[in-house]
Every structure is written in structure tokens, then in C-alpha cells.
Design a protein around this ligand. Structure first.
Ligand code: SF4
Ligand code: MG
Length: 310
């Protein structure tokens, strides 16, 4: 059997600034989780590089995982049920030499307070089964913070939580951005939550960034037909997975993606050229780019670099 080559992510450039949230938005299969996992070095990309402060990041291992921390979607799977908070939060502190001995309890309580799990004196004694989904996700975030990362990658951090507590976790991420000047990558299928939390949004379709720009501007004035489709899909807060764009087709297989603009089989504006040539990212507004032939005539940018304005 021949091995299928899947280019889940292609030619994506992201610049994450301290004190900002950048959101990558897309349906399942858009490559957004693959991108987060590559940035966390859980998957090795075939090409590309990660720079920190303009210099190549450490190649992986302990130093890299200290700098770049990943928070996953499922707070029930991410905490080992046999360990209490003292172990779960104490372990990364110990491994990375952040605290030891009697100082460890104080460092753990400080972490619990930073994610608003108070009184910390009580939460430090708890086991995962004593916590709600939202509280578990706060513990997962606290565990990421334990090693004083520069970058926090959050892959659908609220999509498995009850609607009523999602906002609290999004607000916590906003607080961490503002108070601790973290660079946060927020990966989501929910463009409304991206608008709420993020400074900058990059919309991915079939492994490519199709539109990027300042969050409010992009969602108020979406230029790419796919972004317009995403925004028109009525948000349903009870839906855990991607909004259904039923009637509008589904994202293509990345084993054999469509030629040209990968959105062309679903695009109401498709022209003959769209099936033949992949559009470059055109500058369509201040800091906003759209990779669509409808914007030909605007200045093409050399790449779809996403840059948040701090
Ligand atoms: Fe639609 Fe063509 Fe634009 Fe692609 S390039 S989004 S097919 S109009
Ligand atoms: Mg995913």
C-alpha cells in the first residue's frame, strides 16, 4: 500500500507577541490542531522553523517545553485521576527546578490563585474527581504556568466545558495575557469566541491561512468568502464540535486536496481561475489579508504572516 502524504498545514506563518492572544479558527480538519501540535513539538514538521525573540528556538526537549506549553481540549483526560493537586502542580515545579522542599506548597498555592482556584489552601488538597470541568481546565492551565512559559498554546480549551463556564475560562486566558504578558495561541472552531478573546485572528481552511487580521475588524468586515460562511453559520453555544455548514459542503480531504484555491468547490464566487491557481494573500485592510482572487489588484503580501499589534 502506498503511504498517503497529508500536508495538514502548508505555508503558515504566525507571529505571536507577548501580551496578545492570536486565534487560529477553522473547522475540524482545517489543520489548526496540527499547527498547535507542531508548535508544541509533538509533531515534527517537514519544513519550517520556530523563532523565539528572532532566534531559532531550542530544538525541543526540556528547554523548549518550558518555553512553550500546551493546554488541551479535554480536562477530564489531561489530569491523572490518581494524583492530587499537590502532585500534579508540584511535579513540573520540581522537574524544571522552579521550587523545592517546603517552598513547593507555597508555589503551588500561588499557581492556584493565579487561575482563581481559591481558597488555595483547600484546592491544594483536592483530587481531580472533586473538581468540575472548568476547575480541571484551570488546573491544566496552572500546570502549564508552573514552568513560567513564554507561549501558551490552548487547543479548544473550552469546547468540552459547559456553556455556562466557558466565559470564565476565556476571561482567565484574557487575564493571563494582560497581567502576565503571555503570548497565547487560542485554537478554536468558534469564531465568536475568537472575536471575544483574541487580538488577531487567522482563519484556516484545508491547511492554509485564508484570512488574517485584527479580530474585531476581521469579524466585522470579513473579506474572504470562507470567513463570511463561517460567520453566517449561526453560533449554537450547545454544540461542542464545529458548526455545521451543512448545505455548503464539507472541508476537503487533505490527502488529495482541491487544486488552486482549496475552497473553490464550496465557494459561491468561484471563477475558472480559482480551480487553477492558489491565490496569494492580498492586503485588504490595515493588517488584514485575504487569500482570494476576488481581491486581485490589492497588493499581494509575500506570505500570510499574522502579526498582532501589541
Ligand atoms: Fe472563492 Fe475563488 Fe476566492 Fe477561492 S479564490 S475563495 S474560489 S473566489
Ligand atoms: Mg482539533
Amino acid at each position: 500500500m502506498r503511504k498517503a502524504v497529508v500536508h495538514a498545514v502548508e505555508d503558515v506563518n504566525l507571529v505571536l507577541h507577548r501580551g496578545t492572544v492570536t486565534s487560529v479558527v477553522g473547522e475540524s480538519g482545517s489543520g489548526k490542531s496540527t499547527l498547535a501540535r507542531m508548535l508544541a513539538r509533538l509533531i515534527e514538521p517537514t519544513a519550517g522553523q520556530v523563532l523565539l525573540d528572532g532566534k531559532p528556538a531550542p530544538a525541543g526537549g526540556r528547554e523548549y517545553s518550558r518555553l512553550v506549553q500546551l493546554v488541551l481540549q479535554d480536562p477530564f483526560a489531561s489530569l491523572n485521576p490518581v494524583h492530587g493537586m499537590r502532585y500534579i502542580l508540584g511535579r513540573p515545579l520540581k522537574i524544571h527546578g522552579m521550587a523545592e522542599g517546603v517552598a513547593t506548597d507555597d508555589a503551588i498555592k500561588d499557581l492556584l490563585r493565579r487561575v482563581a482556584l481559591t481558597p488555595a489552601e483547600q484546592f491544594i488538597e483536592k483530587m481531580p474527581h472533586e473538581l468540575s470541568g472548568g476547575q480541571r481546565q484551570r488546573v491544566a492551565i496552572a500546570r502549564a504556568l508552573a514552568v513560567q512559559p513564554e507561549v501558551l498554546l490552548a487547543d479548544e480549551p473550552v469546547s468540552m466545558l459547559d456553556v455556562s463556564i466557558r466565559l470564565g475560562v476565556l476571561n482567565l486566558l484574557a487575564d493571563l495575557r494582560d497581567r502576565e504578558q503571555l503570548a497565547i495561541l487560542y485554537v478554536t472552531h468558534d469564531i465568536a469566541s475568537a472575536r471575544y478573546l483574541a487580538d488577531t485572528i487567522a482563519v484556516m481552511y484545508a491547511g492554509r491561512v485564508v484570512e488574517a487580521g485584527p479580530a474585531v475588524q476581521l469579524t466585522d468586515r470579513p473579506q474572504h468568502p470562507y470567513t463570511q460562511l463561517l460567520l453566517s453559520a449561526a453560533p449554537d453555544p450547545d454544540r461542542a464540535e464545529s458548526p455545521s455548514l451543512a448545505g455548503a459542503g464539507s472541508p476537503p480531504s487533505l490527502v488529495n486536496p482541491p487544486s488552486g484555491c482549496r475552497f473553490h468547490p464550496r465557494c459561491p464566487f468561484a471563477m475558472p481561475k480559482c480551480a487553477e491557481q492558489n491565490p496569494p494573500a492580498f492586503q485588504v485592510g490595515p493588517g488584514q489579508t485575504s487569500a482570494c482572487w476576488l481581491h486581485e489588484g490589492h497588493t499581494p503580501k509575500t506570505s500570510s504572516t499574522v502579526s498582532a499589534t501589541a
